[in-house]
Design a protein around this ligand. Structure first.
Ligand code: AMP
Length: 361
């Protein structure tokens, strides 16, 4: 590494994404510190400094001994981080944290989105459903994740309640997309402009939470992979983006309709730790450090999220090839506490584990 190459990384946040970034940093022999609380899960492998992420002077103080600052969530106050050596940059994060700005941006890159309308009042909502019809989904523009901050709307009787339940904040109304599948594409762009893509990933969600990611997507064609790569290339270059970016799509009749983008490493890419030559975490670090990106050659792999409960090591040991990632978080209903990764050829074990982890199905 040359003297001018950045080597000290600060991560805003210390949850499971920071934990897996810090694990990858060890293999690259770079120094990572995370801003969070001592009890956060990244503290098992990295230095975690107690920082109030809503306090500009605390954040600036934390960041000052680092060459590059990165994020594990887009839900941060842009005014606080704007002057820092951020990767990805503040513009990309600002767009991705506002569903309306994100859709307008994606459309400006020539990427189709579900039909949507901006909603700031119940009156707006009434006119929006007249145009988009029922059913529709009302989503808060900001702070939505894992299905939080959204309400399905089936009839006129739902309008007032939905807007009120979401806190009467600025929203977007989206038409419900009748999709054949949900997929995501993860790409990394380095400081030098080099870009690499992983294969399209098929994702299964329930109650708005990702349950399972599969590579390769059974319905993928060369044309679809190329279309997705073209979309991400335009997005990355337009934003002068540095780091890993994920875009989630609906597949409708073989075409891709964008749902949302994440300016960070993404849950649907956790399988890359074992399933790809270079994980999304290592490629994110390589990108922000200005290093050459690693190969994304991948083998068929499935990732299952553990929601609300982590199976014990003794339980997972009953399956010959399963990698168990326990984030060390206190179990709570609906909370992601870990994930399992399995080679894609273990069909019977995958289905068995999927049902064990999702007994309601
Ligand atoms: P989001 O938080 O926007 O990613 O939404 C979480 C999940 O809800 C998605 O992965 C889909 O399964 C579902 N969903 C969100 N928006 C739509 C839509 N416009 N049409 C159909 N399903 C949707």
């Amino acid at each position: 590494m040359s003297e001018t190459q950045p080597s000290r990384i600060a991560i805003l946040g210390a949850g499971q994404l920071a934990l897996m970034l810090a694990e990858a940093a060890k293999t690259l022999l770079v120094e990572v510190s995370c801003a969070g609380q001592e009890s956060d899960c990244a503290s098992r492998v990295a230095k975690v400094i107690t920082v109030d992420l809503e306090d500009a002077s605390e954040v600036a103080n934390f960041a000052k001994s680092s060459d590059v600052v990165t994020i594990e969530t887009e839900n941060i106050d842009i005014s606080i981080v704007e002057g820092l050596p951020l990767a990805p940059n503040a513009r990309a994060i600002g767009i991705a944290q506002d569903r309306l700005a994100e859709k307008l941006f994606l459309q400006s890159c020539g990427i189709s989105c579900a039909p949507f309308r901006s909603v700031d009042s119940v009156q707006d909502l009434r006119s929006a459903v007249q145009e988009l019809g029922f059913p529709a989904i009302l989503k808060t523009r900001r702070m939505g994740y894992d299905g939080k901050g959204q309400k399905r709307i089936y009839s006129d009787g739902d309008l007032d309640g939905a807007f009120e339940d979401l806190g009467k904040v600025p929203c977007v109304l989206e038409g419900v997309v009748r999709f054949d599948a949900e997929v995501s594409l993860i790409a990394a762009r380095s400081r030098t402009g080099e870009i690499v893509f992983y294969p399209l990933i098929e994702n299964v969600h329930r109650e708005g939470i990702l349950r399972r990611s599969t590579v390769p997507f059974a319905g993928v064609t060369n044309a679809m992979q190329s279309q997705a790569e073209g979309y991400l290339k335009r997005t990355l270059e337009e934003l002068e983006y540095v780091g890993v970016l994920a875009v989630e799509f609906f597949v409708v009749g073989g075409k891709l309709v964008a749902n949302e983008m994440a300016p960070r490493v993404h849950n649907s890419g956790h399988w890359t730790i074992e399933g790809s030559k270079t994980s999304q975490f290592e490629n994110h670090l390589r990108a922000i450090l200005g290093m050459k990106l690693g190969s994304t050659d991948s083998v068929p792999t499935v990732m299952l999220n553990c929601i609300g409960k982590m199976p014990s090591a003794a339980e997972t040991a009953t399956t010959p090839a399963v990698w168990r990632h326990d984030y060390g978080k206190t179990a709570r209903p609906g909370r992601k506490v870990g994930h399992l990764t399995l080679p894609g050829s273990q069909h019977e074990a995958i289905e068995r584990w999927y049902l064990l982890l999702n007994p309601e199905e």
